[in-house]
Each structure stands twice: as C-alpha cells, then as structure tokens.
Design a protein around this ligand. Sequence first.
Ligand code: TRP
Length: 475
Amino acid sequence: MNNIPNNNHRGGWGSRLGFVLAAAGSAVGLGNIWGFPTAVAQNGGGGFVLVYILCILLVALPVMLAEMVIGRAGERNPVGAMKHLKPGTPWYWIGVLGVVTGFVILSFYSVIAGWTVYYFIQAAGGALVVPEGVEDTAGYFGGLFGEMIANPGYEILFVAIFMLMTILIVAAGVRKGIERAVKIMMPMLAILLLALILRSVTLDGAGEGVRFYLIPNIEALNARAVTLALGQAFFSMSLGMGVMITYGSYLSKDECLPSSAGYVVATDSIIAILAGLIVFPVIFFMVAAHGVPLENLVAAGAGLVFVVFPQIMGELPGGDAATVLFGSAFFLLLVLAALTSAVSLLEVVVAHFVDDWKLPRKKAAWSAGVIIFFLAIPSALSFGAVGWLSEGGLLGISVFDLLYTLTFQIFLPLGALGLALFVGWGWGLEHASEEIRHSTPDFRLEKAWHIMIRYVAPVAIIVILLNQIHAILFG
Ligand code: TRP
C-alpha cells in the first residue's frame, strides 16, 4: 500500500518547504499574535508559558504527528482518509466533526480577520493619527472601534473582502494557490514581526513588560489555567479538526513526518512567544505613560488590539509617519497571519467536497466560501449591530462568543481526542509507525510517541474536556 503514488489528480506540494510553510501558516494566526499573549497576561505570566510548553510537548506535538500520518496514509480529507483507513467503521464521524468545525471556525474567524483588513486600510490611510485637539485618545479610538462594530455595512463588507481573498487562494490549487501564497506571505510575516518587536522592546517601560511576561508567577496557575493552556495549544496549532490531515495528504511519500511536525510546532510556539514581546511592552508603555491600571488593559480582549494598540501608535516618537508605518505594519501582520490560517480552514472543507463529493476544486472553493460568508453574517452582527444576536440578546451571549466557545472548548478537544484514539487504538499504532518509517527508517522517538498518543494525550484531553464542561455549566 505504501508504494501507491500520491493521488496526483488531487494536487500536491511542490516541496517539503511548501508543506511546512503552509502548515506553519495555518498554525500561526490570530491565536498566536492576539490570543496567546492575552492568555498569558490573564493567567500569571511566565508560569502559563511553562505549562503551555508542557502541553505542546506531551499532547500537541504527538497529535500533530498523528494528524499528518493519517493524512499521508489516507491520501484524502479527514472524512475520506478515515473511511479509507478503517472502511466500514464509524470512525469517519470524527472527520465529519472536523469538516463541520472548519465551517464554524472560519465563519467567526473571518469576522475578526475582516476587522484587521479594515484597520490595515485605516492605518495606511492615516486614520490612526489623532486629530489636533483630541485629548482623550482612549475615547477617540474606542469611538472608531465602536463605529466599526456597530455598522452592519462595514462588518459585512470586510468579511466579504477577506473571504474573497481566501477563496481565490484556495481555488487556485494546492501548489499554485496555497503554496505560492505562503511562500510570499510567511517571509513577509517574519520580517514584520521582527521589525515590530524591535520597535516595541525599545519603548519606555518595555523591560518591565517583558519581565511581567516571562517571570513565572506560580500562584496564578490553577486547574483552569492548565485547561486554557491546552485549549490554546490546540487552537494555535490548528489541531483537532483535520487541517494537518488535509495538508499531510498532499505530501509525497518520502518526506520525513516527525521532523515536519517538529518544525511546525516550533515555528508556531516561537511566534506565539515572540508576539508577547510586541504586546507586553505596549501594555506597560500605556501603564507608565497614562497610569491606566494593568488589569484594565489585560482584560481588554478585543480592545487590546483595536483600541489600546492604535492609541500607542498615535504616541510613537517619530510623529505621524511613525504612526502610519507602525500601524499599517502591525495590522498587515494580523491580516497575513489570519489569511494563511483561513486558507487552511477552507481547504479542509474544499478537500472534502473534491474527494468525497467529486466537485471540481474551483466550484468547491466558491460554494464553500460563499456558504461560510453567509454563516459569518450573524457573528459579524453580534457585536451590537443587531441586538438579538448580541450579548444579552436571544441567546444570552453573542453569536460570536457562542460559536467561539463551542469550537474552542468542545469541538477541537473532542476532535483531537477522537484522532488520538483513532491512531492509538482504532487504526492502530503498527500501521501508523509503518507509514512513518517508510520515509524515516530511524524514527527514534517511536516508543515515546506511542505512549503519548495512546495514553497521555487521551487522558489529558478527557480531563480538560470535563473541566471545560464543568466550567460552562457552573460558571
Ligand atoms: N491556528 C490558527 C490561529 O492560531 C487558527 C486556525 C486555523 C485553526 N486553522 C485552524 C484553529 C484549525 C483550529 C483548527 O489563529
């Protein structure tokens, strides 16, 4: 079975670098640049970072490898791959959950991504330069943000623009679309990130910010923080819904899987940790310059990126030019990070349509993309633009929060659990190892990986899931 060449009609990566960049592009997203630093700030700084690294080594890395193995052996999208590897069994429902999760995540992810496009255009056009005479910059930028989220026209327009870019890349194919896009966008992302770090760490108060970020505060570490760390790790590494299955299915049979998984995990973790070096100096600059209480800034959530950041951009030494430059670089970084992630989410759905429904790629990309665009509208309007969709409306919480919580806290851990059980117990470790050894004869961590995927990962995920459900039910 190992010698069957890749199903060439489905397309495939031109090189291993293309695959690793695409997988890293999927992993590096809003979850790294905004989600990780906020999670660290809210959960005791460096201690959270340590727990996070543990979660990665014990659970995320093994699951990442498991997904890649399923993909390359199954040579299909998550549903098709599991049907192919374990025909006539219900395991493929884990793949179905993955495809559904892809729809849902992309529907709310594209809303925030749309905001970043809007802010990029605003920043490049000089709108982050505070007009003469405005004293209350927090109020000023709060107003800008409020105007955007309360305006259904803007919201829907920018989701549409973002989805259009995503669809065009996916429709162009694996090699000519996705691979080509990530080969341009990932180096740009790295350069922007480094430039922004340099600017941030040289701000007043930066040292204190970095210290707060990296020095562990063990007291703040509770069970809830550990739960969050694992959820964050899955989301940030794009695990639990078959992105890596799908991307792995386009990989040739002679590329080494364990080291590929290692590169992706390392890139994602390093970028998440580096993103903190942009965010924390900015937070402490605000604390030092304006006496804004740290807790307020940390609790700001979306406001941190869309209100606090623009505020500091307006105060940079170097005048208006610095504001325009730093502002557009920061939001372009977010746009690129979001776009390479959205592409992977759409690709899972598209691969399912192409493999299992026999749709041509272009048709699949456009139909899935347009459906997701319509699904995104309720989320987009749930920040106050339409009352009954928003917080305190029909559902109590906003549609956005509902979908986010559901996927982040339930669907992704459930999917990751299913995938670990599939490889550890369903399909079987012997088959998985055989697939890995085909290209990596000296797979040295084999025993450790078996233990992780069979016991450690499932037990950890079950504990976390119970904790999540408990927290959702009892607050
Ligand atoms: N990993 C991305 C981020 O950090 C988001 C993402 C892309 C994702 N594809 C995914 C999350 C699949 C979960 C599953 O922002």
